[in-house]
Design a protein around this ligand. Sequence first.
Ligand code: TTP
Ligand code: MG
Length: 473
Amino acid sequence: MRKRLERHLDWNLAKRKALVTPEWLRDSVAQDHLLPCADYAALPDLKEAAEKHCPRSTSQSIQTPSYKPSSPFPSPHTSFIESPFRTAHVNPGPPAFLLPPPVPLLTPKLDHTARFSCSRASPLISVNQSLCSAFDVLRCSRVLEGNERSALSYARAIARVSLTVNSAFPRKITASERSEVQKLPFIGAKISKMIDEYLFYGEIAEIEEKRKSERFVSLSLFASIYGIGPVTARKLYDRGLRTLRDLEAYYEADIGPAPIGQSDSTEMNIRIALELRDDLVQTISRDEVEAIHSTILDHLNAVEPGCVSTLVGGYRRGKPASNDIDIVFTHPNTTSAKGLCTRLIARLRSSGLVTHVMHLSSFHEYNTLRTAHWDSLEKALTVYRTPNDGQHRRVDLICALPDTYWTAVVGWTGGTTFERDLRSAAKAIGLKFDSSGITRRRDSKIIYPRSEKEVFDIIGLPWVDPTLRNTDA
Ligand code: TTP
Ligand code: MG
């Protein structure tokens, strides 16, 4: 109804657009070209406007791939870049098996009460965001203190309360719903009590105290430096260090000047991270993520034409700003894919785009005698320097073999609890999932999914769009 529409959109603006129903998009995708809009006008009064302003079909079709897992590799191709809130993102030509899955235009209804978070829909901003952020203080504190078990409880509670209670749609937890929440898996007595306290007072005393505690503040600060984990953070604290200044003094005294190029020791990485801290603490906008991805791809395709890549990590989950940039890439030809990361790094370094390589690991062959996967991904954790303004950014480059491309994409998209639950869900049906493949436990048979959707199918999970994998606070 016009009245209803006008609650959201000015009528004059509506008349300047082609306002159509979702069927237009669905049918256009199905027919692989942009259909005329008039028949899909959102309101009869807007039919004329829809016709007038309809985007015209160009010679380039919609580029939604037809999904043919067993197709051979056709032509070489450019990369595909994620659009923020969609899954399919294809430029012409990738080999069919490396194309993303057809986009489910409507995400199938996911069960908010499912045990594993990888079967639930976890949007970027939770309806219970401040409660999640509060629990995250305790989760971080437990990680910093080396109490993994307790940290896991809070991580699970966050993933649980982040979306909803026992209802069809995400809803803010209210006093009337607390008993429903408290029945959910992973919401034990202590967390229940905290939820009560939060509902009553709007905050949780233990968490507010923790936020202010000197130990928590210092440990968090130390652990924010790349290379400093909880154990080192505690050691530094025990030596009497409290501030960034203390840290700088300590590492400068102990280690000497920062090296250029690849650093092999953790201490060197810490030294570099401290030196570049002002740049590295800045978050990276989506535009910048895309620009850096695009530059790296140009270099990648110069090294080996025909590569494909996906921007993964928080960017893919729709985060407006990321702490680092994670890129998974491969080449359809296994031989060309091997060693690609090392070759790319050599090129990026000689062009001055990569200033430091914090870690570089090469492929390991899969050993069938082991039930655990060897890491068959080639990884470079780097510092990238933007050519325009010389800002340093953390960029993780993950090169997969074509067979492990989709498990790598799923494994590096996150979030952390989503990934953990994905492994648990796989284990529950006798499989082992990690970024470098899926193994059947009983006979170590390796299964290589031919698409991201197939990863979910094999593990028996419903498809969850990347933007709904934000299980962490
Ligand atoms: P991160 O880059 O650490 O986190 P993020 O991208 O979700 O958020 P941000 O960068 O903004 O802080 O990790 C991305 C994903 O990659 C995450 O799901 C975990 C996975 N991962 C690994 O599998 N191995 C690793 O060594 C790291 C660092 C991440
Ligand atoms: Mg990241």
